[in-house]
Write a protein that binds this ligand. Structure first.
Ligand code: 6R9
Length: 658
């Protein structure tokens, strides 16, 4: 580094607050600070601003219906169709030839769908689904990687009013079966495979294996042929080739079904405290209005932009900010199939340069990997088209924030650190990029109209600097409406903790720890339940534990998250071998395999530590905190309340010995 660079690094290192550049403010969608007051004074009618971004077939009568809280309803009486809002109206407005989706495969092939072309293919696939017998409100499962047919299928479902349930392609066959069973889903759209680090990956075998675990009859399976000759596959009895069906239905015209604002748009399963994944239900009106509004106000998306969110559509971030929000605004949204380091570690920057990407949204885990690889990779490319950067999924440490700011944004792009969840539908706590000062490491204030607070165990607001829990004490349009077919669990999981049912005061509890500064900025500290956040992906420890104890030779297990410098958190397994088995490498390998088979490679344990006993409190509870500290290499707190303090030294020695 030159002298000049060294002093620049030093200055950045110390700087704690960053102002949005004037050039950004001048062009921003939302730049007037009075928006905070406007929303506060005019709540809940302020949310009409979000609804106004959509085209309604039938105007709504009421913004918020809270008579049956916490089963809130938004924009009641309104009718609309999400696919119409994402496609037809832009075509009608003259944007037929604007690129809607620009896709790049891992091997370098590209496909662009204009709004006109995307609408045609969505209509052809919607007609296909109808012909197969899909009716309004039937749940269609989409088990697909990052190929354009995934958003096509989502929008085709939306067009005919069939909720989709997307299952992340990296999830296991078991995970697919569990989700299809839970949603009683009789239709599956999947593909033969996809590319990962240059290899053709077989996906159809996993899908077929999953189908064997589905307890009800599956009517039809549509298979996209992504790999051509690279992987030959044969179709079963009720299985159809996507291309053939779409060709047959080419030119079909399918009117968008008018959906009630509160009708389900999709289901998304996510991990919780217990083993069973939770089916989060999102609606057509509130969700679409909320994702469009936050795409407009936070991501500053404009129709003429090329916008890129590098998440996978299999997660909520991809639903809200690759598909629904950006397409509702009529912009060009990018999709990339593969990994960021294939063939080289500059792949993403090459894509940014080639497509003149304006807004880029990614996860801290990716940024930490970029940092580790070094700034020479982004430096090889012209990234001057970038105007705004964003992050989501987990806390971002100030060092990573500053690296992103300097090496990707060239100190000219604001960064939005957006806190939200599958359940919230869209962003909740973040700076507005043209309005607020940025403080690396702190997500920022709650968005206008969002009443997020940091409270103690009793629900009292904590003073500045003290740690507490995030809560939200007013509803918002993008919120989940319930857990699919499980209203009781919905209340239990999210509302029981802080609400005063008798007083009809409802407080949403996201299960995140946080602290608040005296200027109202919220710093998220991470999950306080048994959820591990691996590379921004939520995994339930209970799900992993049940996979571990399912392995022959394991008697008992505890799974915790330990610090990891790229993934944020990684999975650590502590396991007690069964009598007659030895805690050796072979058993360790089988444990790892068992977890990958049950959940998927994202849950692959970093380490399996065998121990004759788990540290337990006198009342017999496993001391998870302690295991987390051991995994993270932290100083251990008080162990005197343990029934078996001697096991701690044993375990520590083993971990240190590796
Ligand atoms: C969108 C998404 C939600 C959990 C959430 C929190 C963590 C997300 C964050 C963040 C700190 C941020 N999280 N964004 N933590 N700062 N900007 O990630 O949804 O997969 O449901 O995960 O992720 O712990 O509770 P989801």
């Amino acid at each position: 580094m030159s002298q000049e660079e060294v002093s620049l690094e030093a200055r950045l290192e110390e700087q704690e607050a960053f102002e949005p550049p004037e050039s950004f403010v001048e062009q921003a969608n939302v730049a007037d600070p009075s928006i905070y007051e406007e929303f506060e004074e005019n709540w809940p009618e302020c949310w009409e601003r979000a609804a106004d971004l959509l085209s309604w077939e039938e105007e709504y009568d009421t913004v918020l219906e809270d008579g049956d809280a916490p089963f809130y309803e938004w924009f009641t009486g309104g009718e609309l169709n999400a696919s119409y809002n994402c496609l037809d109206r832009h075509v009608e407005d003259g944007a037929k030839n604007r690129a809607a989706i620009k896709w790049e495969g891992e091997l370098g092939e590209t496909r662009t769908y204009t709004y006109g072309e995307l609408l045609n293919e969505v209509e052809a696939f919607a007609a296909t689904l109808r012909d197969l017998g899909v009716e309004e409100d039937d749940v269609v499962t989409l088990y697909m990687p990052m190929i354009p047919e995934l958003p096509v299928a989502m929008l085709a479902c939306a067009r005919i009013g069939a909720p989709h349930s997307v299952v992340f392609a990296g999830f296991s066959a078991d995970a697919l079966a569990t989700r299809m069973n839970a949603a009683d889903s009789e239709y599956l759209v999947t593909c033969d495979g996809y590319y990962r680090r240059g290899d053709a990956l077989d996906h159809i075998s996993k899908a077929n294996e999953g189908l064997e675990g589905v307890e009800h009859e599956v009517s039809d399976v549509v298979v996209v042929d992504r790999l051509g000759d690279a992987l030959s596959h044969s179709l079963g009895d009720n299985q159809h080739d996507y291309d053939e069906l779409v060709e047959e239905h080419e030119g079909a015209s399918v009117d968008p079904v008018s959906r009630d604002a509160e009708d389900m748009l999709f289901l998304m399963y996510t991990s919780g405290t217990t083993g069973e994944p939770k089916g989060v239900k999102h609606t057509t009106g509130g969700y679409l209005a909320y994702t469009a509004w936050t795409s407009h106000s936070v991501l500053d998306i404009k129709p003429e932009d090329t916008y890129w969110c590098s998440a996978d559509i299999g997660w909520i971030t991809g639903h809200s900010y690759i598909v629904y929000g950006p397409l509702a605004l009529g912009t060009t949204t990018m999709m990339y199939e593969g990994t960021p380091d294939y063939p080289e570690k500059d792949r993403l920057w090459e894509i940014v340069e080639k497509n003149r990407v304006d807004v880029f949204y990614t996860a801290p885990t990716a940024i930490r990997a970029f940092m580790k690889w070094g700034s020479q990779y982004p430096e090889e490319h012209d990234l001057s088209s970038l105007r705004l950067l964003g992050t989501v999924g987990e806390p971002i440490n100030p060092r990573a924030w500053k690296w992103y700011y300097k090496h990707i944004g060239d100190e000219e792009c604001p960064i939005v650190d957006t806190w939200w969840q599958t359940e919230t539908g869209g962003m909740m706590i973040t700076t507005l990029p043209a309005i607020n000062t940025m403080k690396p490491g702190s997500a920022g204030p709650p968005l206008p109209g969002i009443s997020a607070k940091v409270v103690d165990a009793e629900g009292e607001e904590v003073s500045a600097g003290k740690a507490g829990y995030v809560t939200v004490d007013k509803p918002w349009p993008g919120m989940l409406r319930t857990l699919y077919k499980n209203d009781e669990r919905f209340i239990e999981e999210y509302w029981d903790e802080y609400s005063d049912e008798e007083a009809d005061e409802w407080v949403y509890f996201p299960e995140d720890g946080a602290k608040i500064d005296d200027d109202g900025y919220i710093t998220i500290l991470g999950r306080v339940d048994d959820v591990i956040n691996v590379s921004g992906h939520r995994l339930g420890t209970m799900e992993i534990e049940s996979a571990v104890v399912g392995v022959e030779g394991v008697a008992e297990a505890a799974v915790v998250g330990g610090d990891h410098d790229v993934k944020g958190e990684a999975v650590y397994v502590y396991a007690i071998p069964e009598d007659g088995y030895e805690g050796n490498d072979e058993l360790g390998e089988r444990v790892i395999e068992g977890v990958v088979d049950a959940i998927g490679p994202i849950a692959r344990p970093e380490e399996v530590i065998f121990t004759p006993e788990l540290p337990k409190t006198r009342s017999g509870k496993i001391m998870r905190r302690l295991l987390e500290d051991i995994a993270s290499g932290n100083e251990l707190g008080d162990t005197s309340t343990l029934r078996n303090p001697e096991v701690v030294d044993d375990i520590e020695e083993q971990v240190a010995g590796d």
